[in-house]
Design a protein. Structure first.
Length: 117
């Protein structure tokens, strides 16, 4: 699995008000990201200097298909600024809400070392 981190600086350095930002995020979640091939999860994030997203894709190929050559231009048109993108291999997840540890999306017993193979 692949984690992609996208950061989009706030246009003119101004953070939008929460109502506008949430409305835009809800619309995008429902109308853009729901059917992206291989996208398992997208978390919308908002900070003091930038907003963006953390994406979890099933494969590198599907992540690269979404973040294609025209993606940054499309984002710049939408937000008026260019985003940054960083891809990471998803190594292991601790899910305290579910009470489990996962490797490659599958629950593992941390006392057994073969999970890392």
């Amino acid at each position: 699995m692949i984690i992609a981190v996208v950061s989009i600086p706030w246009k003119n350095g101004e953070r939008p008000d929460n109502k506008a930002w949430y409305g835009q995020a809800l619309t995008a979640a429902d109308n853009i990201y729901r059917d992206v091939k291989g996208l398992l999860r997208k978390d919308f994030i908002s900070g003091e200097e930038a907003g963006g997203g953390i994406y979890l894709f099933d494969t590198r190929e599907n992540a690269l298909a979404w973040f294609n050559d025209g993606w940054a231009d499309w984002m710049a048109e939408r937000f008026g600024v260019r985003p940054t993108l960083t891809l990471y291999d998803h190594v292991l997840a601790l899910d305290n809400a579910a009470g489990e540890i996962q490797v490659r999306g599958k629950r593992v017993d941390p006392s057994k070392t073969e999970a890392a193979e």
